[in-house]
Design a protein around this ligand. Structure first.
Ligand SMILES: Cc1cc2nc3c(=O)[nH]c(=O)nc-3n(C[C@H](O)[C@H](O)[C@H](O)COP(=O)(O)OP(=O)(O)OC[C@H]3O[C@@H](n4cnc5c(N)ncnc54)[C@H](O)[C@@H]3O)c2cc1C
Length: 376
């Protein structure tokens, strides 16, 4: 992949070349006359390249585009990961390949290996951006730095002894040995099923018993794919789900680990306990330019813009409006066109080509009517 350079002044600068950043850039491309580009600290789809081999997307891909049912993992209305990859549940590496192919096909200007270290609003309502090399000026910034870089660690004694599920080491305990998984949402059940299938004896603790929830929203309950895998794992007899029970502390004992549960019981394992406790938003160099909601997530206007820094937008799974969490690709992609339209309109540019996002069902303008929470 070539590494284009960006002009020193752009209308819109996107930071991060994951699905959120690339999807927003593709929507910006439809704004007539706009100058834009992406800075990426590593490579396109870097987060997905880091996924442990056993992990795959839990949202299915299918070639339904021709009938108006856009592939759930697509970030552009005219593409389908299922068609490119010939699989329904892409691995991290496969999905990164889709993102790379898309970048090439649509000639999205992405500068790789260029981390943004500082973003400073200027007096003339622009931003001075300091990447690892050079300086840029942007009229608008879209932060799309993802969440993978910021695992959520519970504030319990000994949490530092555990390994987070985003770490490849969590997926490689020795065969047959008992494993304790703290957290029973998507990532906890995912790793528990994988390890039970490999012969490990797995105990999952979660005070909320998420595997029993029933809802029409796959973000509230486990996804259908995970439910199927859960039934298979339970049938092995090697998976124990302990709902209503939290992990209160982790300690080292006799060369292994002991987890004290909230019901007073203890669990032991030679392997480090696994924290499947989710993620926090990774805002990096723009953290100080967002206010926080009471729950710690970034406060946003109805246009996904910072409430304290006009011109700074957010894209991806950290976008939250009231109880609505746009955690999956098929949810947060609904905002790419909206952000591009908002940016283009403010610059006095023609955004009519974004109609393709609307007619494809990839643009929700008003999020106040949606009301779901996320279980990942
Ligand atoms: C374990 C896991 C499983 C998931 N499974 C699914 C699923 O099955 N289906 C689904 O729809 N969603 C899933 N999600 C949710 C969501 O799709 C992913 O989190 C996705 O990676 C979010 O895309 P993104 O573009 O926001 O972030 P990322 O893909 O993480 O991209 C962010 C990019 O920003 C770059 N970056 C960060 N900081 C800087 C900086 N300072 N300068 C320049 N670049 C920077 C990073 O290198 C990275 O390439 C999952 C999430 C996780 C964590």
């Amino acid at each position: 992949m070539s590494n284009p350079s960006l002009s020193p002044t752009v209308d819109a600068l996107v930071i991060g070349a994951g699905p959120a950043g690339l999807g927003t850039a593709l929507a910006l491309q439809a704004v007539d006359g706009i100058t834009y580009g992406i800075l990426e600290q590593a490579t396109i789809g870097h987060t997905f390249e880091q996924w442990p081999d056993a992990m795959s997307l839990l949202t299915p891909s299918f070639t339904g585009n021709a009938f108006g049912a856009i592939d759930l993992n697509a970030i552009h209305p005219r593409t389908s990961p299922a068609l490119l990859l010939q699989t329904d549940y892409p691995s991290g590496r496969e999905y990164a390949h889709y993102l790379q192919k898309l970048t090439e096909h649509y000639e999205v200007p992405v500068v790789e290996h260029t981390a943004v270290e500082q973003v400073t609003p200027t007096d003339d309502e622009q931003f001075e951006v300091t990447p690892s090399r050079g300086v840029l000026t942007a009229r608008t910034i879209v932060w799309a730095g993802g969440e993978f870089a910021r695992p959520s660690i519970p504030p319990i004694p000994g949490a530092g002894l555990a390994v987070h599920s985003s770490d490849a080491a969590a997926w490689a305990p020795r065969e047959q040995e008992p494993v304790i998984v703290i957290g029973g949402y998507e990532s906890g059940i995912d790793i528990a099923c994988t390890l039970a299938a490999r012969g490990n004896h797995v105990t999952v603790l979660d005070p909320e018993t998420p595997w029993e929830r029933a809802s029409s929203d796959p973000s509230v309950t486990l996804s259908p794919r995970t439910q199927v895998r859960l039934r298979e794992a339970r049938a092995t007899g090697r998976l124990e789900l302990r709902g209503g029970v939290a992990a209160d502390a982790i300690a080292e004992h006799d060369g292994g680990y002991v987890v004290t549960a909230s019901d007073g019981t203890t669990l032991s394992s030679a392997a480090r306990p696994i924290l499947a406790t989710g993620y926090r938003p990774h805002l990096g160099p723009v953290e100080h330019l967002f206010d926080s909601r009471a729950d710690g997530w970034p406060a946003l206007t109805g246009d996904d813009e910072s409430t304290i820094t006009p011109g700074l937008f957010l894209a991806g799974p950290a976008v939250r409006h009231a109880r609505l969490h746009l955690c999956f690709v098929y949810k947060f992609r609904q905002r790419f066109a909206h952000v591009a339209h908002t940016v283009g309109t403010r610059l006095g540019m023609d955004t009519s080509a974004l109609k393709a996002w609307k007619t494809s069902g990839m643009w929700v303008e008003d999020v106040s009517c949606c009301d779901t929470t996320c279980a990942c």
